[in-house]
Ligand binder design. Structure first.
Ligand SMILES: NC(=O)c1ccc[n+]([C@@H]2O[C@H](COP(=O)([O-])OP(=O)(O)OC[C@H]3O[C@@H](n4cnc5c(N)ncnc54)[C@H](O)[C@@H]3O)[C@@H](O)[C@H]2O)c1
Length: 886
């Protein structure tokens, strides 16, 4: 009789206790090998060897390509042992020779396929192009790393295949493993250990120990040095393994029991379905977890189907597994035979109709052996125990149903969800049924089909995790996320400020890619801009007021043959639907470029249209911060107000009716490619709008300066914008046709836009967004009204910056303190507003006093407030400022 030893740390050794046990041939009940019986000490030795090997990096530290080379050697050594493996597996497990004969070949294929995938395609390292956290700039990536010491505990039905399934992925992904085969079928796993040693896989990387499941399982699943347990077996044991592994929070993958439904639809090819039902349940004596042990048959074909299935089952030859003519061999053990007999008795008692089988089979010339006839129960009710409990033998329940829906409901009425089949001549119908079944695998017009790249695993109590395929490889890795901060100094770190009194952020990124073309009569530059962008079909977006003023036509004429249309239905303060409507037109006209002619409303709509055109879907899908990774549809902006600076900013402000507020797309990728500042486009702007939009620009400049994100570049632009607005706004108000002053206002608005897009804004904007969304106060007017009040609110936190503003406004007296100068700046803003006829109070622009508190509650969560110089976290503070502005 052959002797087998344990394989620990690269050596074949006796067990510490010296104990051995015999492995029997289930077809003859005769012993075929004597095997060293591992106990607690051996399990601990195997774990220690695996731990040491893992920690040493001798395997985990190799590149995936280097590991692949070793795994290929392993596959070659399996090939050298193929015949011995097949014959031993056949005798040890009762698998018919036709089946066991293929196992080494399939295992070699799996090793090679998955090793190549791991070496060439697996995402070991992934850069994350956008982090989703706007406050922590830097590089983000993930590494996938081996888990460590893995335990594989495998069952007796497919001992060799299961050993490949556990050894292969664990090794390929850089782990070390302790493999424990089932007590009744230990031999093939121990031969694979020989192959691993012959292949030169380093000592300790692979360990195989045979012995009693309970005793060894207790050690393997609780030992703190084990990182993962991969188990295939019954749901009952799986629960226990999960419980044991929980104490040290091991990763677990469990591939457990099943009671899968094989659904025969009324349009199935009858012969194919009968073959599928028999193969699905009698193959390997029904000892397969995902067997289709509940055959659900349409009432329309039930009688005919049952008749044929019975005949087919009775034609199956049960015989010794090494006899090449046998279709079915013995059950694996005396215990399994007893289980099958017990369930057949239960089925009869439950009232199911036994139409064939239900008895042991004697094989001529052999004394003993655990042979059992293919057994069919008809008229089974799905509530019966034989339909709910896993039998793991050649016993099938046939269940009648009336409709596809009922079949799906019966299939799903189970604690399990591992496999299943549908037989139908209509693929679409079969796929609908397959989609409805809550299970891990469905085969259509086939059964028991596995493939190296197709994941296998269970729903419900059939398991956790997946084996095979890339999904299976992932189960043998852990994800490590690495953040490399772009701001490696406490003064530049925005998040650390939550714990500090210092609000200012010193670090900044300046990313303003818009090409600005400005000057009297610069509009003709547009046709060159279109061709530079590689575009041919420009759609003009505008609003009715701007079109009426003749400005869209001006742009159309300059675009000449590149213009495919004008869409002029954009409302003031656009909402998401406005964007979707404009996008629909752009899609219809196959526009490859958007030209926005208008104020912030039009330009912001156009930015969002460019995103939906490029990225698909609706505007609502894109209300995100910093998620775009590639350029959007090209956009040329021609501002017709001198307020928003939107032509150069990274934000699109859109009202969401659902959210009840203005929401944003924020992304450098939405900045227009080109901005054309031609004063002819603002000459027609009525005085009131000239003033309110100018105050929008003024607010951008002042809030950018006082923002916690302010920086010298933005300060420079903001101060110049403040000077230019202060000087030119009165000139424009005095004479709307003063082209020079108009141009200066446009340039100032653009500079203010640049300043705030880099530095952000603050409380005034949060408050203006709110009254804009809730009470339709034009953005510029709202900004102007609240700005001086917010400056005073911030005075002790931004005195130095506000004093600079006072200088730019020409109101900083020589002997003034910074604080006094800051207060003077606020006064000067109010004076400028009065002088130019800007509305002074919220009551004048339609905000009801009783709603101020609601506005304060909305405003407090506006993202602009994050950057306000003085912290704002109490709605009462905001309410107070609203009241002052009222
Ligand atoms: N994206 C950004 O950076 C940013 C910044 C601030 C504000 N915004 C948003 O911009 C919008 C406000 O934009 P806006 O203030 O420019 O006003 P607007 O675009 O809403 O235009 C206001 C009105 O002025 C008319 N108009 C514009 N130009 C004209 C002209 N030259 N002649 C005659 N009529 C003209 C329009 O027809 C419209 O009726 C708000 O929705 C606001 O939230 C965006």
């Amino acid at each position: 009789m052959e002797q087998y030893k344990l394989f620990i740390n690269g050596e074949f050794v006796d067990s510490a206790s010296g104990k051995t046990f015999e492995s029997l041939d289930p077809g003859t009940e005769l012993p075929i090998a004597q095997v060293a019986q591992a106990g607690k000490a051996d399990a601990e030795a195997a774990i220690a060897a695996a731990r040491e090997a893992f920690n040493s990096g001798v395997w985990s530290g190799l590149t995936p390509a280097a590991r692949m080379a070793k795994v290929q050697d392993f596959a070659d050594q399996v090939s050298q042992q193929a015949l011995r493996l097949a014959a031993t597996e056949c005798m040890d497990s009762g698998q018919i020779l036709k089946l066991a004969g293929f196992a080494p070949l399939l295992g070699m294929g799996l090793l090679r396929n998955l090793a190549l995938t791991a070496a060439t395609k697996f995402p070991w390292h992934e850069e994350i192009p956008v982090s989703g956290n706007a406050f922590a700039p830097g590089r983000e990536y993930i590494r996938r790393e081996p888990i460590g010491v893995c335990v594989g505990i495998i069952p007796w039905n497919f001992p060799m295949t299961m050993a490949f399934w556990k050894l292969g992925p664990a090794l390929i992904m850089g782990n070390c493993i302790v493999l424990k085969p089932a007590t009744v079928t230990p031999l093939s796993a121990l031969i694979l250990a020989e192959a691993a040693k012959a292949a030169g896989i380093p000592d300790g990387v692979v360990n195989v120990i045979a012995g009693p499941g309970g005793e060894l399982g207790q050690v393997l699943c609780t030992h703190p040095d084990v990182d993962k347990v991969a188990f295939t077996g019954s749901t009952e044991v799986g629960r226990e393994i999960m419980r044991m592994a929980s104490a040290t929070v091991k990763k677990v993958t469990l591939e457990l029991g099943g009671k899968s439904a094989n659904i025969i639809l009324d349009d199935a090819d009858m012969d194919l379905a009968v073959e599928g039902a028999c193969f699905g349940t009698f193959f390997h004596q029904g000892q397969i977890c995902e067997s289709g042990t509940r055959v659900l048959v349409s009432s329309k074909i039930y009688d005919q189907f049952l008749d044929k299935m019975k005949k087919r089952a009775e034609a199956l030859r049960v015989g010794y597994q090494m006899d090449p003519t046998s279709h079915m061999g013995p059950l694996v053990s005396k215990e399994q035979l007893a289980t099958v007999e017990r369930y057949v008795k239960i089925g009869k008692e439950e009232g199911a109709e036994l139409i064939t089988g239900g008895k042991r089979v004697e094989v001529p010339g052999i004394k003993g052996g655990y042979y059992y006839a293919p057994t069919i129960f008809a008229n089974v009710n799905n509530k019966m125990r034989i339909a709910q409990e896993e039998i793991f033998g050649p016993v099938v329940c046939v269940i009648k149903y009336d409709s596809d829906e009922e079949a799906v409901a019966i299939a799903n009425d189970s604690i399990y969800g591992l496999g299943g089949g549908v037989f139908s001549s209509n693929t679409a119908r079969a796929e609908r049924v397959a989609a409805g079944v809550r299970t891990g695998s469905m085969w259509i017009n086939n059964y028991h089909i596995f493939a190296d790249f197709c994941p296998f695993g269970g729903y419900k109590q059939s398991g956790v995790g997946r084996e095979l395929g890339v999904a299976g490889l992932h189960e043998y890795t852990l994800i490590k996320r690495v953040h490399v901060s772009a701001m490696a100094d406490a003064r530049s770190n925005m998040t650390f400020q939550l714990l500090s009194d210092y609000k200012k952020v010193d670090g900044f990124g300046y990313n303003c890619p818009t090409n600005v073309i400005a000057g009297h009569g610069c509009l003709p530059a547009i046709s060159r801009a279109v061709t530079d962008l590689g575009c041919k079909r420009a759609l003009i977006l505008t609003d009715p007021g701007v079109r009426q003023a003749g400005l869209a036509q001006l742009a159309k004429d300059a675009l000449a043959g590149f213009c495919v249309g004008i869409y002029d239905k954009i409302p003031a303060d656009p909402d998401l639907e406005s964007v979707d409507a404009a996008t629909a037109v752009a899609r219809e006209l196959k526009a490859d470029c958007i030209v926005s002619v208008g104020g912030g409303s039009v330009i912001d709509t156009a930015k969002a249209v460019c995103v939906t055109l490029k990225s698909g879907g609706k505007a609502n899908d894109h209300l995100n911060f910093l998620v775009l990774t590639e350029p959007q549809t090209p956009h040329i902006a021609i501002p017709t107000t001198s307020g928003t600076g939107s032509e150069v900013t990274n934000v699109s402000v859109l009202t969401s009716k659902n959210a009840g507020r203005k929401l944003f797309i924020v992304d450098a990728k939405i900045m227009p490619n080109v901005a054309i500042l031609d004063p002819r486009f603002t000459m027609t702007l009525p005085q009131s709008l000239t003033v309110t939009t100018a105050m929008d620009a003024m607010t951008h400049a002042i809030e950018a300066m006082t923002s916690t994100m302010s920086n010298p570049i933005c300060d420079g632009m903001a101060l110049q914008a403040i000077r230019m607005i202060n000087k030119n706004l009165p000139l424009v108000v005095a004479d709307g046709k003063n082209e020079k002053a108009r141009l200066n206002m446009q340039i100032a608005a653009t500079m203010a836009g640049w300043a705030f897009t880099v530095a952000q804004v603050g409380l005034a904007h949060g408050m203006a967004h709110t009254v804009g969304a809730l009470h339709h106060v034009p953005h510029g007017a709202a900004c102007g009204i609240v700005l001086p009040k917010v400056m005073r609110y911030n005075v002790d936190h931004a005195a130095e910056k506000l004093a600079l503003v006072a200088h730019a406004l020409d109101v900083a007296g020589a002997n003034m303190t910074e604080r006094d100068a800051a207060m003077a700046a606020a006064d000067a803003i109010e004076a400028l507003m009065k002088k130019t006829g800007h509305p002074m109070r919220l009551r004048d622009v339609g905000v009801p006093e009783e709603n101020l508190a609601i506005c304060a509650f909305h405003a407090i969560t506006d993202t602009a407030l994050i950057f306000n110089a003085r912290g704002v976290s109490d709605p009462n503070d905001v309410l107070e400022v609203y009241k002052q502005a009222y």
